[in-house]
Design a protein around this ligand. Structure first.
Ligand SMILES: Cc1ncc(COP(=O)(O)O)c(C=O)c1O
Length: 385
């Protein structure tokens, strides 16, 4: 894949395209027909699309008919959250402040859930809220992500789903950062709605999907030709779907290997902590194996990102989805992290093409940047760290 020599540590922003995805996309490009056309080429396109749907749906334990392709995770979140409320206007949404902007922007009127200092939804708080539900006649709708894009914190989605269902509510799970990084199933907790995205698993950007449990309230918001069983009009992105499915397929095969990143990630964090007063966010809760979000007071995130970039290591500060913009992380703010600490937070995220040596090189680059700013007084060599 590599067109750049940099050590790429920004998989949670976008994972480089997997070769299998590229091959599948090239094959799909050669079909060159509309999946809605009835002629032979159209039927070939339809077969390719339905095969992709089967693979992606299978990866989350869903049936093919319940999965709808979209232009990405953002559109999927918007389609679901607006589509549910179009059908059921009286639903009362609940969200945590650490959700992705693509969720928060759809639910400005939501009840803000309490978040623990480690960046998890506070289940005790949720239980209490649901037991003493203050919105008589309004069904609760919880939108809870599976794994956080910045900290990697894995949410107790199944437990939250059980609480919500006991209260006769509905749950949507933004699983964009979960698929391909951990096992995911809509059957765990009988999730009602789920969001997925292609470019986080090594598929292309511009393709995503949403799952709607059969019978769950939903009304399409993108209307037109009635494609995707009427749930999302517009000619499907066949090439994107083929690449998405191929990436999902290979990432499932790699799932066990992916978990090994946790050991290397933990070693890297330990190394940095021995020489500077580094805070690792969501360190004490279940976390994606590939993600490290850390900060040290007195060293701004932009300084670290630029210094590491110059040293040939690509990392990001805050949420890379808000690309380039240097803004306070709303994720860390929701966890109650002080501004001085949060403005120094960077995220390293590894993935399918990461090498063992990438962890050391990332550590070297960070320590050099810190030392230059006078944060770190003596850098021990790796053997002693
Ligand atoms: C948790 C989460 N949800 C949604 C999105 C948006 O997905 P997309 O980039 O496919 O629109 C992202 C992207 O970073 C994400 O991390």
């Amino acid at each position: 894949m590599a067109k750049f020599d940099a050590i790429y540590c920004d998989y949670n922003a976008t994972a480089p395209l997997r070769p299998q995805a590229k091959d599948a996309m090239i094959a799909a490009m050669d079909i060159g027909a509309n999946p809605s056309s009835v002629h032979g080429q159209g039927r070939a396109a339809r077969a390719c699309l339905e095969n992709a749907r089967e693979v992606v749906a299978g990866a989350i334990g869903a049936c093919r008919e319940d999965l709808t392709f979209t232009s990405g995770g953002t559109e999927a979140n918007a389609a679901i959250l607006n589509g549910i409320r179009l059908q059921e206007p009286l639903l009362m949404p609940i969200v945590c402040g650490f959700e992705h902007d693509a969720v928060l922007a759809q639910l400005p009127d939501a009840i803000k859930a309490q978040v623990t200092p480690d960046g998890l939804i506070d289940l005790e708080w949720l239980k209490e809220l649901l037991e003493n539900w203050p919105h008589e006649g309004r069904q609760p709708l919880l939108s809870l992500m599976l794994a956080n894009n910045e900290t990697g914190a894995i949410q107790p989605v199944e437990a939250a789903a059980n609480l919500i269902h006991e209260a006769d509510g509905l749950i949507h799970c933004d699983a964009v950062q979960g698929v391909g990084k951990m096992s995911v199933s809509v059957l765990d907790g009988e999730i009602d709605y789920m969001t997925l995205s292609g470019h986080k698993v090594g598929g292309p950007s511009g393709i995503g999907a949403f799952y709607v449990r059969a019978g769950a309230p939903f009304k399409a918001t993108l209307l037109g030709g009635g494609q995707e069983l009427g749930r999302r009009s517009g000619t499907q992105n066949l090439v994107g779907a083929a690449g998405f499915a191929a990436a999902v397929d290979v990432s499932l095969q790699d799932l066990e290997k992916f978990q090994e990143f946790a050991v290397k990630r933990d070693t890297l964090e330990k190394r940095l902590k021995t020489v500077a007063n580094v805070t690792v966010f969501a360190e004490n809760v279940p976390r994606l194996a590939n993600t490290s979000c850390l900060s040290v007071e007195g060293l701004r995130a932009e300084t670290q990102v630029m210094a590491m970039d110059l040293a040939g290591v690509a990392v990001s500060s805050g949420s890379a989805c808000s690309s380039g913009k240097v803004k306070q992380s709303h994720v860390l703010a929701s966890m109650g992290v002080a501004q001085e600490l949060s403005q120094g937070a960077i995220r390293l995220s590894f993935g399918w093409a990461s090498q063992d040596t990438d962890f050391d090189k990332a550590g070297d680059a960070w320590l050099q940047a810190a030392q230059r700013k006078g944060i770190n007084m003596n850098i021990p060599n790796k053997e002693t760290a």
